[in-house]
Ligand binder design. Structure first.
Ligand SMILES: CC(C)(COP(=O)(O)OP(=O)(O)OC[C@H]1O[C@@H](n2cnc3c(N)ncnc32)[C@H](O)[C@@H]1OP(=O)(O)O)[C@@H](O)C(=O)NCCC(=O)NCCS
Length: 163
């Protein structure tokens, strides 16, 4: 069955939550509170319009999810940002790439000038490779800004794509 990217509805949360829960409790890729409750995670992930939340689904099964929004309000609102997560057992098969391509297409349609990822963990080599392959560049690294459970303090990259 093909993987499709579609806008998420409230009914998708039960499929999204296990993916978010795994990523948050692993503490390897996102600076989120690992003790975050399900309702707090839902509030943070399901950002309201004009921001957008999508799922990558194979039939009824949610394989991945992304959200996308203006990175800053007011004078910073012409730059988009977003986050994406793929279910552990679906990684490495193109779902992440499809989600980033969808994010880029949305940002172009919505008239954003660029996309900025604010905190890409330096050891997250798959994410970095994926973003670089789509044209993102690293503007800088906040050294030691992320406490990785195995690697200790590692950098957080700011990554940027001009649209
Ligand atoms: C980062 C993440 C979103 C990538 O999603 P994915 O579905 O695994 O990625 P894809 O299968 O689309 O692969 C995209 C690229 O990443 C790299 N990659 C992904 N998985 C890989 C693996 N197991 N080994 C080597 N490279 C890999 C490859 O360069 C691949 O490029 P290719 O398409 O030319 O082969 C996913 O690993 C994930 O959800 N990780 C946890 C949360 C996270 O890190 N989110 C991003 C925070 S910045």
């Amino acid at each position: 069955m093909p993987v499709t990217i579609r806008e998420a509805g409230a009914d998708d949360w039960p499929g999204i939550w296990p993916i978010v829960r795994d990523v948050v409790t692993e503490q390897r890729t996102f600076p989120y509170d690992p003790a975050m409750s399900e309702s707090e995670a839902r509030r943070q992930w399901l950002v309201p319009a004009p921001a957008r939340v999508v799922v990558a689904a194979e039939g009824d099964r949610v394989l991945g999810t992304a959200n996308m929004y203006a990175n800053r309000p007011g004078p910073g609102s012409h730059v988009a940002s977003g986050s994406l997560m793929v279910s552990r057992d679906a990684r490495g098969s193109g779902v992440g790439r499809a989600l980033v391509l969808d994010l880029i297409a949305w940002a172009r349609r919505a008239g954003f000038a660029a996309i900025q990822f604010n905190a890409v963990v330096e050891t997250n080599v798959h994410a970095i490779r994926l973003y670089e392959s789509l044209g993102f560049v690293t503007l800088g690294v906040a050294p030691g800004a992320f406490r990785h459970p195995v690697e200790g303090r590692v950098g957080l990259r700011i990554m940027w794509l001009e649209l």
